[in-house]
Write a protein that binds this ligand. Structure first.
Ligand SMILES: [Fe+2]
Ligand SMILES: [Fe+2]
Length: 304
């Protein structure tokens, strides 16, 4: 068979160039959290597990009643809950990327990069699992409903909504991780987890943003409302589920009451808005935020 008879390689030259650059970067710099993090080191006295101002209850009447030790304990459980939700998100990413590899041409750099990203997400999920184990706290499983919606998303999302869902998961957590990586009041192991994740996610975000822009440009106008509706729902689920109400039991609070206080807390709204700032700007620019999902975005507090 001559070259001319080979099936046309899917994907544009621009996608291939980007994927090639990202593959080179992956080969040059990536981590193995099993080896690169000293999991035998105990937590350090006086260091926090989450910056206090990022706690969901920070500034509320409930917060004022907690002792410094209880605030630190709550932060530990909230950090574990975000890591737990991170594993759920990454399992979804793995299935979406596996679809791309399943349907695409493995001889393209684009599909090879999807495979490389899957390898990284596998290591990330293991890293978050080890973090939860190191913290000595429960795995905060998403509710059954969220679990079922995740399964639906992996089967049904396509185009800009698929890439946007990936980006919502990756970019919101990335903002908090960058803040924590630069904060020396944090536990060193958590800082290291954050540094590893930030470095490798920067490639994933670059890839997904380019894929989203490309698929949004090809989307027929009639498809836009469905894509926006899916993204609004994903944004709302992510914002509401980063921290499980079960964490409040760790400091003797009633989960339902503390959850209500968190959802009404202006400081928590500001934390969500901060987390969403970059991805909201990007999705707006791409035309992916708007009716019929504007209200869901506002209720998520990712938009002020
Ligand atoms: Fe990741
Ligand atoms: Fe990622």
């Amino acid at each position: 068979m001559t070259t001319g008879e080979l099936p046309a390689r899917a994907g544009s030259a621009g996608q291939e160039r980007l994927a090639d650059r990202l593959l080179r970067s992956t080969a040059a710099r990536s981590y193995d959290p099993d080896l690169d993090i000293d999991w035998s080191a105990p937590p350090q006295q006086g260091k926090v597990f989450l910056p206090e101002h990022r706690s969901t209850l920070y500034g509320t009447a409930l917060w004022e009643r907690l002792s410094p030790g209880q605030r630190r304990e709550l932060g530990k459980h909230e950090a574990a809950s975000v890591a737990s939700f991170g594993i759920w998100l990454e399992c979804i990413l793995l299935r979406l990327l596996a679809r791309l590899a399943y349907e695409g041409d493995p001889a393209t750099r684009r599909v090879q990069y999807a495979l490389a990203e899957m390898a990284e997400e596998c290591r990330h999920s293991t890293m978050f699992a080890r973090l939860i184990e190191w913290l000595g706290v429960p795995y905060y499983r998403p509710s059954r409903r969220v679990h079922a919606l995740g399964r639906l998303l992996t089967a049904a999302a396509y185009g800009p909504a698929m890439w946007g869902a990936i980006l919502i998961g990756e970019e919101i957590t990335d903002r908090y991780q960058r803040e924590m990586a630069a904060d020396d009041s944090m536990q060193p192991i958590i800082q290291m987890v954050n540094r590893i994740h930030i470095l490798e996610e920067a490639r994933h975000i670059g890839f997904a943003r380019a894929e989203l822009a490309r698929s949004a440009a090809r989307l027929p106008r009639a498809g836009l409302p469905v894509q926006r509706a899916v993204l609004g729902r994903v944004a709302f689920i992510v914002a509401r589920n980063l921290v499980s109400p079960e964490v409040y039991r760790s400091v003797g609070l009633d989960p339902a009451g503390a959850r209500r206080a968190a959802l009404a807390n202006p400081a928590h709204h500001e934390t969500l808005r901060y987390g969403g700032e970059k991805i909201v700007a990007f999705l707006r620019e791409a035309g992916m935020i708007g009716p019929p999902a504007t209200r869901l975005w506002r209720r998520s507090h990712l938009i002020a």
